[in-house]
Design a protein around this ligand. Sequence first.
Ligand code: GLN
Length: 426
Amino acid sequence: MTDINSFITKVELEEGVEGPLAGFTIAVKDNISTKGIHTTCGSAMLKDYIPPYDATVVEKIKAAGATIIGKANMDEFGMGTTTETSYFGPTLNPHDNSRVAGGSSGGSAASVASGEAMLGLGTDTGGSIRCPAAFCGVVGIKPTYGLVSRYGLIAYANSLEQIGPIAKTVEDAATLLDVIVGHDVKDSTSVERKSCDKYTDFVGEKVDGMAIGVPVELIEGADEIVLESFKTAMDRMEQKGCMVREITLPSLEKAVAAYYIIAMSEASSNLARYDGVRYGISSGFEGDWNRMFSVSRENGFGSEVKRRILLGTYALSAGYQDRYYTKAQRAKAWIRKEFENAFSQVDAIASPTMPVLPFKLGEGHKDPLKLYLADANTVPVNLAGLPAISIPSESSKKDGPIGIQFVGPRFQEQKLIQLGSSVEIE
Ligand code: GLN
């Protein structure tokens, strides 16, 4: 691993208290509110913003004794797959500085991979925990929608996103997950559940007898090197007593299109508040309102954010809503149903996390559509509200970072911890 610049903006170290995270340093993605500490969302729009309160997850990790060592770089407002859309510049991949760290939680994953932090908090709207975890060779968990409070998370697309852990090992990720889960009255989408066993209890539990489905739709487009690595991981699962078989989920062909329509529509609505008056940097322009808002938004947002606001506004506009937004919601319901049916036959679903190796810096942005398509294996999970884990594959050491993804039924994170720890590289 090469020597790299810091992936995070350092904050002053506080003495940790006792608790399950005592002794752990943690990098917090910069869209999660930290009281008294800049929270910029990787955007010029919020470059001076200092929240007056902590997100619920931040309160929880502090109470558990973690030491927050910094805020982690990210794609602007979470919109990206490479952490190159950040106003503050790209995050480099610690394994190879000519490549991206993945996104949008690239800073969190790179800081864990490089040893700068022991743990990371990321957010996953369409893959933003799992993609950088895969590209940086670390573990990432996207929890079931509603398991972790989103209070204090600056929204990109509320109906899809969750906060989750990034760590070097499944055990460390499970330790962080145990701390951050739970119902929160401040987040109406957080789910009230009876307390269950600790996730860490499932690390290293036997997986024999588990049925694993591999959807053909999620392996078709993958690069040869990724497929080889995935096959080796599945052979290993079979040796451990799992039954691995191909399944088909035809609805997944619609996932990328449905995801981008829903995510952009929600983004266009969520980001309307940044006008330099209510929120965000002001242009200082004096004159009529419209002009003032326009100049603030023109200066405050980067080009990817602007693209998505425009497309999202279009998808929601009168006359087009049925054709785009409503149709995307229908595809979402179909995808959810197909996953539900699949889970009546298999315990978990496996695929490569990303169909490709980390992009070279600058490569992906020549063609935004190509970048969107690289999310094919991660976005269906968010549309269906399911939990998923990404684990570095065995061949990552020789071929470069490749992630294996397991997806489970709702609130069955423990199964993913079991499966993940069984393929983990020792
Ligand atoms: N790459 C996806 C996007 O750009 C996912 C982002 C995310 O999960 N925040 O929307």
